[in-house]
Each structure stands twice: as C-alpha cells, then as structure tokens.
Design a protein around this ligand. Structure first.
Ligand code: PLP
Length: 377
C-alpha cells in the first residue's frame, strides 16, 4: 500500500540526505569519533574542530557569534534552559515573566513549573487572529519583569509575530527577550541583533537534521548569565554539561548551511503551495481557514470543517499524513488552546486540521491532497 502524502513538516522533517552523509562521518573508529573535550590527542582535537565549525555554521544563519551558540538535545531543552536559566539567575531582579497563550507547551509548561516555585507569569491573549497585542504588552511590562518569551512563527496556525518590534519594546523596559524560532528558521531570515533577542531556541528535527539535537543562542554582548539546568563538567560555556554529541552537532551545522542556501527560494515555494491548496479548496463548502493569510506563514495551513471533528477528518483523510494540531497535543480531544486563544469558536477549534509543507513538497502533492479532501467531504 502507498504511504500517505506527508504534509506534517511542522511536526518533523526527514533528515536531508546531505546531512545524513555528513553525520555518518562522525561515528566509527576509522572516522572522527573523538570526544571534543579530549584535546590532548588528535582524536579529540579533530572532533573539537568540527564542533567549532558547526557553531560557526549555526551562528552565520542568525547573524550571531560562534561563542553564542550552545548545543542541546532539542528545542524543549533550549527553551527550558533559557526560561528557567534567566528566572533563577536573575531572581533578585524580578520574578515576573510574560508570554503568550499561543506558545508551545515547552514554554507554557516551563512557565507553569516556575509559577509553582513562586514566579508570576502573565499569559497574554493575542489579538483576534493571533498577533501580539502591543498595548497589552506595554501595560503588562513592569519593573520586575525579568523575561518575555515569544514564538516567531506559531506551530499550529503559522502566525508570524513582529519580533523586531516586540524585542524593541521589551528591551526598552530592561527585560530579557527569548524567541522560540523553531518553526521560522530556514523559512524566514533571522537576525538576532535586529530582533533584539537575548536568547533564541532551535530544533534540529524541524530543519532536516535528526531528532535529538537543538540549539540555544545566548547573547554575549552584553553577557547574559543563565543558571544551568544540567550540572556536570564545563562543556558549552558551563551552561550545558555532558559530552557533546558530535555526529548530531555536525548534522545541525550542515542543516543550517543548507537552510541558508534554500532561504532565498523559501517564500516563493511556500506561497505557491498554499495558493494551490486554497485555490483547489475554494469552491468546496463547509471549511474555514484559521488565522489570517496575510499574517500567517504559508508553510502552515490550519483549516476547520463544519461537519467533522478533527479525529473524524484524520480518519477520512487517511491518504494524508497531517495532524490535528501540534504533534505534542495529537490525540487530545480538547480543542486546541492556541485556536481558542486566537478567537476560533469552540466547535470549529474541535474540527481543525493542520497541513504543513516542507522543502520537498511539490505542487502535485498539494493538488492530490486537495483532491483527497474534496472526496472526503
Ligand atoms: N517550539 C515549537 C514552536 C515547536 O513547534 C516545537 C516542536 O514541536 C518545539 C518548540 C519543541 O521542539 P523539540 O521537539 O525539539 O523539543
């Protein structure tokens, strides 16, 4: 039986064959398998060299310095390190944190954990459609606000926040600024300086690198301090102890290089795919696009249907690999809190599916997908 058409790239991407090829060179005895901390011999020195190169490759895409790049196991770890790290290190400065209700569970649940430790969190409701409410942010920022955490591109609906403007406001009030850029890297240009970001999180498996590797950008000028999550030896500027996973790190370095090459083509490619999907669906009755086309990244299309719940839809659309929300909430019968927060009525929030495109998605695949949707209604 044919496998379904994969349209769930926001959940995870396959490893790019060029990335897999690089990765394979850092595993076996005849290759470069050393511990990058063992610099007394050539095995360790070779490994350190390739890790340093990967740090430069990651930094180059986001206009950072190599010394500002910390390798982690996933974006969830990067986010936890950023939020808890700031909260704990700067607790004398303030214990108030601001985020949006539409953030990924990696942010929301980390904030909830801090609440149990006596921190105060403001979970802002965005404007209808999902954009940041600047007046509300202005009112909510206080002298004891230590951190603001905002996602660049939303993983369920694709809403793109104006990170530059948010960052400017946050910095003018003296708080630290963390950006979850998991869904935007490789699709939109990222400049940590223009965006006023102090911290930024990335995930390998959303960018054609393997699962099990992430990145945390930590600004060095002025220097940001973090209380580490994991204690041990001195790896990663004392911020993330543990022997470096060299094969994973070279893989994410290569993935950032490939993302840089693809970036000039990204916008036209995703715009075309979304246009093809929406054009093919436009005459069908009973569906509604969630989020505003103008403010959503075209790689993520979130649609609600009148007649079917998302569980029914996923069954009817078995020829498509799509999701009912974020991969982390799949299986939940509750309506998505993200859709509710952007103003989608409860019955439509229960009937929503997310279609997400990748670098390899073709117009033909999208046309076939639209045909399957039509047949299922
Ligand atoms: N942030 C966003 C926006 C995501 O989409 C995801 C993954 O779904 C994460 C964070 C967590 O990433 P990871 O799977 O690397 O922990």
């Amino acid at each position: 039986m044919d496998r379904p058409i994969y349209l769930d790239y926001a959940a995870t991407t396959p490893v790019d064959p060029r990335v897999a090829k690089v990765m394979m060179r850092y595993l076996m005895k005849e290759d470069c398998f050393g511990n990058p901390s063992s610099v007394t011999h050539v095995y360790g020195q070779e490994a350190k060299k390739v890790v340093d190169l990967a740090r430069e490759q990651v930094a180059a895409l986001i206009q950072a310095q190599a010394s500002e790049i910390i390798f982690t196991s996933c974006a969830t770890e990067s986010i936890n390190t950023a939020i808890k790290g700031i909260a704990k290190f700067y607790h004398r400065r303030g214990k108030h944190i601001i985020t949006l209700k539409t953030e990924h569970p990696a942010v929301i649940k980390t904030c909830e954990a801090l609440e149990r430790d006596g921190y105060e969190i403001s979970y802002l409701t965005p404007l209808f459609g999902g954009l940041m409410d600047f007046d509300l942010l202005k009112e909510t920022l206080r002298d004891d606000t230590v951190l603001v955490s905002v996602m660049h591109v939303n993983n369920e609906v694709g809403v793109i926040q104006d990170i530059e403007r948010i960052g400017e406001l946050v910095k003018s009030r003296g708080a630290f600024f963390h950006v979850d850029a998991v869904q935007s890297v490789g699709k939109l240009a990222i400049d940590v300086n223009k965006m006023h970001a102090d911290l930024m999180s990335f995930s390998g498996h959303k960018l054609y690198a393997p699962k099990g590797v992430g990145v945390l950008y930590v600004r060095q000028h002025p220097k940001i301090h973090l209380e580490p999550l994991i204690h041990g030896a001195k790896q990663e500027n004392n911020l993330r102890a543990g022997t470096l996973a060299v094969h994973q790190i070279v893989a994410i370095g290569e993935a950032f290089v490939l993302a840089n090459e693809y970036l000039p083509k990204a916008d036209a490619h995703y715009q075309l795919l979304r246009q093809v999907l929406l054009d093919n669906l436009k005459d069908l009755p009973g569906w509604l696009l969630n989020g505003d086309v103008q403010h959503c990244h075209p790689s993520i299309v979130n649609i609600s249907f009148d007649k079917f719940t998302n569980q029914q839809l996923v069954q009817r659309l078995s020829g498509l690999a799509i999701s009912t929300g974020s991969a982390c909430t799949t299986g939940s019968l509750e309506p998505s809190p993200v859709l509710r927060a952007i103003g989608v009525p409860i019955h439509l929030a229960k009937n929503a599916i997310r279609i997400s495109f990748g670098r390899e998605t073709t117009v033909e695949e999208v046309e076939q997908a639209a045909g399957l949707i039509e047949a299922s209604l």
